[in-house]
Ligand binder design. Structure first.
Ligand code: SF4
Ligand code: SF4
Length: 292
């Protein structure tokens, strides 16, 4: 499945010990998300910002927000208790790269926990300008949510983007976002990062984009592809999400081009543990780990 690539030993580790990049690893290893990034710089039409970023997470859950220092204290506590946690990720609750706290946290993690695998997810808008910092702090795994290659389609998915102090709407905004996503993916691959692409499957809006996204990002050097069914809310509240069979059929079409991630659980931005077996309620001492 997907294309054949020669990985170096360090890249192999970032695949084999990362529960999202390797289905085998998800039984043995865990990840810890640090919820240090509350703000977002774009507006997806399927996202209600009262909750976690739904480019990866499920809606209806608001993760707590930690300061970088609190996040480091939390890692110490978790590592002492759960030695199977190999990955430290930042996935929200907003857009990681739009929050300075993300970089301060990565700096601290790089300094105090150098053997961890570091991972971020992003909408890609700031990826080209932040890639050097990510490299500096040893981020080895990057997930980019890419929902359209045609800016006309992108304009239907994004209400606006905020970029360098200006707000751009419609095709203009979608074009800037797309250019930066593609540039960011190219740079991440060049820097030997392992790249995952998330695409939200929005029936009637981006169906005809998905196969092309899989093809193109694979050719660019992305490692794996995570097709996420739309959760109908906000401006897309009236769209009927793809059925599990439709999702599988689309994944099967994409599979010859790029490895499919089929075990995503849409975790919270403060998830801790093995995928599907989260322990954050034990760590934070509260409720709310079960999916509804
Ligand atoms: Fe919501 Fe994430 Fe889109 Fe921002 S990038 S609007 S947090 S889904
Ligand atoms: Fe992995 Fe999916 Fe959970 Fe992200 S949301 S940590 S890709 S299982």
């Amino acid at each position: 499945q997907g294309r054949e690539v020669q990985w170096d030993p360090e890249q192999m580790r970032k695949i084999q010990e990362h529960p999202c990049f390797s289905e085998k690893a998800c039984h043995s290893f865990g990840r810890m998300h640090l919820p240090v990034a509350p703000r977002c710089n774009i507006q997806c039409n399927y996202c209600v910002r009262d909750y976690d970023c739904v480019n990866e997470s499920r809606p209806g859950v608001t993760s707590r927000v930690l300061t970088p220092d609190e996040a480091v204290a939390m890692i110490k506590k978790v590592m002492a208790q759960y030695n199977y946690i190999k990955v430290i990720g930042i996935a929200g609750p907003g857009e990681p790269l739009a929050n300075e706290e993300t970089f301060e946290t990565l700096r601290l993690v790089h300094e105090f926990f150098p053997s961890t695998i570091r991972c971020i997810s992003t909408n890609g808008l700031l990826l080209p300008e932040k890639i050097d910092l990510l490299e500096k702090y040893g981020v080895g795994n990057v997930t980019v949510t890419l929902n359209a290659l045609d800016p006309e389609v992108g304009a239907k998915i994004y209400s606006f983007i905020n970029y360098h102090g200006n707000r751009y709407e419609g095709v203009e905004g979608a074009k800037i976002l797309l250019e930066n996503q593609l540039k960011g993916i190219e740079l991440a691959v060049k820097k030997h990062m392992i790249v995952k692409i998330n695409t939200v499957y929005i029936p009637g809006v981006n169906d005809d984009q998905i196969l092309e996204i899989a093809r193109k990002t694979s050719a660019m050097g992305a490692y794996t592809f995570n097709l996420i069914p739309l959760i109908a809310q906000y401006k897309f509240a009236d769209i009927v999400p793809p059925t599990p069979a439709e999702k599988r059929a689309m994944q099967d079409q994409c599979a010859p081009y790029i490895k499919q991630m089929r075990h995503c659980q849409r975790c919270r931005a403060d998830a801790i543990g093995k995928i599907g077996h989260d322990v954050q309620s034990c760590v934070y001492g509260d409720e709310g780990t079960k999916k509804d």
